[in-house]
Design a protein around this ligand. Structure first.
Ligand SMILES: [Zn+2]
Length: 376
């Protein structure tokens, strides 16, 4: 059974490595089923193990913009610790002559500006700079709306699930049968069963192999058809991935996730949490995002234009986020209620990171002004 064993090992190794990606900066990896998804901050993006799961990713906005211009100070960041700009920059719209995307970065006037997360591609950023003031203000408001559309994300997830229902079912059958067959072969099932049964299984194996091949062929065929009906909203590399999956069955066991790549639009991480996360996880992410708006870190030394842009953007983003949070039943006052002392002598806490302090210091190590803890 040794030749079986190595074949199985290769099969499952290819399956495990399928779809694993390392990205340059931590993003929220989102793995979902039909209605729910988990968000997990990481540089490693793993697909779900279950054939019917889909995945997406959401990066924080790497810039802030306003009618005055654009700066590379992130505002309303959901991740911890958020990324700070290597050098704070702000551009007034009239000064932007050239925008390009290179090596995963957006460059403005020949200077690396911020990560190219897909929220505002180079071409659109340049077009925005070239608009007249009134049209630009309208466009900025439209962009803010585009980055926060949980209902749209839910619709996309439903469309993906609907279009790939048959594919996911075929994948689940293949996955289940392959798992049982692997356990049987690797665990010496033939030696454990009565001889007559073992012989019957041995006679059935070629038929099972044929059945698995048919499951694979039909699933992949349906995936090629579904690809045309699931239009991409980002850079689309799905054809190449699907070709590879067609030739290598272990890479064709997550066809729903494969078809979902480039299908989910780039939005704020909190939009994904609003659309799919459990209320507890949503509240945790809302705490971090709204906390970053209330008590931003860094930025005090930024150029005045950058500070002005960040202030305007924070106010606008906050207002929209609060509307969404109220609709989702997450009370901001409850999120930021003062905690009771968690140790004797604890007298103050940092409202941003929730650390408590026993000494008479006025600011936490990150520079946030401390507040008194609640009385019991
Ligand atoms: Zn703190």
């Amino acid at each position: 059974m040794n030749e079986w064993f190595s074949a199985l090992l290769v099969f499952w190794a290819l399956w495990a490595a399928d779809g694993v990606r390392l990205v340059p900066a931590a993003v929220f990896a989102i793995v979902g089923t039909r209605r729910r998804a988990t968000l997990h901050l990481s540089r490693w993006l793993f697909p779900g193990w279950w054939p019917a799961s889909w995945r997406a990713s959401a990066a924080d906005l790497p810039f802030a913009l306003s009618p005055a211009g654009i700066c590379n100070r992130p505002v309303g960041v959901a991740s911890r610790p958020g990324e700070a700009p290597w050098r704070a920059q702000a551009w007034a719209w009239a000064d932007i002559r050239d925008v390009s995307a290179r090596d995963g970065w957006l460059w403005i006037n020949g200077t690396p500006f911020c990560r190219d997360t897909g929220h505002l591609p180079a071409k659109r950023l340049l077009a925005l700079a070239q608009l007249d003031a009134a049209a630009r203000a309208e466009k900025i408001s439209w962009l803010l709306h585009r980055w926060l559309r949980p209902a749209h994300l839910r619709r996309r997830a439903r469309a993906l699930a609907g279009r790939t229902a048959l594919i996911a079912t075929l994948n689940a059958w293949f996955f289940g049968l392959a798992a049982v067959l692997s356990l049987y072969l690797a665990g010496d099932g033939a030696g454990r069963l009565p001889t007559r049964w073992a012989e019957a299984v041995a006679r059935g194996l070629p038929w099972l192999a044929l059945y698995l091949f048919l499951l694979h062929a039909v699933a992949v065929g349906a995936a090629w058809r579904a690809l045309r009906k699931l239009p991409a909203v980002a850079v689309d590399k799905r054809s190449v991935a699907l070709l590879s999956a067609t030739l290598l069955p272990p890479q064709a066991l997550r066809l729903r996730a494969l078809l979902g790549e480039a299908f989910f639009p780039t939005q704020h991480p909190l939009a994904y949490a609003l659309a799919f996360a459990r209320k507890k996880d949503l509240a945790a992410l809302a705490f971090q995002t709204l906390g970053d708006l209330r008590w931003p870190l860094g930025g005090a030394e930024d150029p005045p234009l950058a500070q002005e842009i960040a202030r305007w953007f924070g106010a606008e983003l906050g207002e929209r986020l609060r509307t969404h949070m109220r609709a989702a039943g997450v009370e901001e006052a409850a999120l930021f209620a003062a905690p009771v002392a968690d140790a004797p002598g604890s007298c103050s806490y940092c409202p941003r990171c929730r650390s408590q302090f026993v000494t008479a210091q006025t600011h936490c190590p990150h520079g946030v002004a401390l507040q008194p803890v609640a009385r019991r």
